[in-house]
Ligand binder design. Sequence first.
Ligand SMILES: Cc1cc2nc3c(=O)[nH]c(=O)nc-3n(C[C@H](O)[C@H](O)[C@H](O)COP(=O)(O)O)c2cc1C
Length: 335
Amino acid sequence: MAELANLVHPIALRSLTLGNNLVMAPMAGVSNLPFRLIAREAGAALAFTETVSAKGLVQGGRKTWRLLNSSPREAPVAFQLFGSDPEIVGEACRRLEGEGAVWIDLNAGCPVKKFIKNRAGSALLCDLERAARIVRAMRRSFSGTLSVKMRSGWDADSLNAPQLARIVVAEGAELIAVHGRTRAQQYTGIADRDVIRRVVKAVPGIPVLANGDVTRPEHVFEMLRETGAAGVMIGRGAMGNPWIFEQTLALAQGRQIRRPTPAQRLATVERHWSLIERTFKDRGSLIVQLKKYVAAYSKGLPGGAVFRQAALESSDLDRILDLTRNFFSELPRAA
Ligand SMILES: Cc1cc2nc3c(=O)[nH]c(=O)nc-3n(C[C@H](O)[C@H](O)[C@H](O)COP(=O)(O)O)c2cc1C
């Protein structure tokens, strides 16, 4: 037990300290304000926004700025930018700081073709010089916490995350997050903890967040033990399952963990819905958000598939809400 307690701890950075070392990963189309608040309320010390275009921000795109909709209740929050032009990414940082940002992250991991074509995301693993120039420009124009999230390498023959980590730290990055998969792997295979361990070794004194395939509290402890990382970043494992954060904290404090009761599930679903209602105004977005999150919360629960089919094929907001409330109110105690 004492060992588990030692594995969960605060992370001290130059200008702020995270209360613990459990962090919510950036997920495009998922990590919006309600989702981040739910993760924070469940115990995550920090949440990342979904990735946004530095160029879009600099050009003043309203849609792009809307993606960064934040609230003081989630402070600090890490805004994640993608881009390939050092000047533009630097300028985006300057503007974000003007809007109160205290943490900006560079996306050096996204494997999507559109990103790669624009030399952004995981393409930076193939162009370390560009990555260095981008982080240098970010550091010059931003005084808050600067981090870089990367994949383990481009492919199995090029596991160069340790090298990229050293380079961006030399340019002023204060924290590294590493997903233990290559670009070539996309989301297949399993996250490679050995590369993450090598990143940790490559940047002594710099906190590294280990990421990939953490879906249960036990995985958090395994990941921390095996990699020596300062913390863990959780993505898909927290979708529809924010309890992973509080369960991990409970285990670290020597408490038993229990599956959430039906009443807890219902309360979280209602809480999440109330946050969505406050954040999204038009009916179309409300329906999209509601469908997305109830699908995640019902995964693996008895009757979940039938419920999802009915909820997802409806385009009537009130009906989807009724189905949702009925489903979560009538869950058997053992669910
Ligand atoms: C739907 C989805 C969207 C994602 N969007 C982003 C993103 O915007 N930026 C980013 O750095 N990583 C993104 N990722 C990658 C995750 O942050 C994370 O690195 C990956 O899912 C592995 O962690 P996990 O196994 O805990 O999910 C995304 C992943 C998913 C599944």
